[in-house]
Design a protein around this ligand. Structure first.
Ligand code: SF4
Ligand code: SF4
Length: 110
């Protein structure tokens, strides 16, 4: 599996001092280039935790799935909501399916 960042979608987190993908990556692998577009320092060091995929506010980051898991060319994107994460899996032919993972604990819950 690998991470792909679409530079046409990435807005550099609109100049935030630290981009959301930079802040969330446990391996410190995400960074912004001079043009403020995000990139991955070293794909081989990425353990595909998908934190950056969920954290990106404009869905610029996707997880490329290996053919052993899904059909060739399939990828996974996420939209993070307060109470759930909406995952979209898309195959090489453009067919896509959504599945929702509900949050187990919301901020402020006791
Ligand atoms: S998938 Fe995880 S380890 Fe890989 S770049 Fe994203 S946040 Fe970092
Ligand atoms: S979180 Fe998304 S929009 Fe922000 S810098 Fe990273 S890829 Fe770009």
């Amino acid at each position: 599996m690998s991470i792909f960042i679409d530079e046409n979608i990435c807005n550099g987190c609109k100049g935030l001092p630290e981009a959301r993908c930079e802040r969330i990556c446990p391996g410190d692998l995400c960074y912004r280039k001079e043009n403020m577009k995000a990139a991955i320092r070293d794909q081989s060091a990425c353990w595909t935790c998908a934190c950056c995929v969920k954290e990106c506010p404009v869905q610029a980051i996707e997880l490329k799935l290996p053919f052993q898991v899904c059909s060739s060319g399939a990828s996974l994107k996420a939209r993070l909501k307060r109470d759930k994460t909406i995952w979209t899996i898309r195959d090489a032919d453009g067919h896509q399916e959504e599945f929702i993972i509900q949050a187990k604990c919301l901020k402020g819950d006791t």
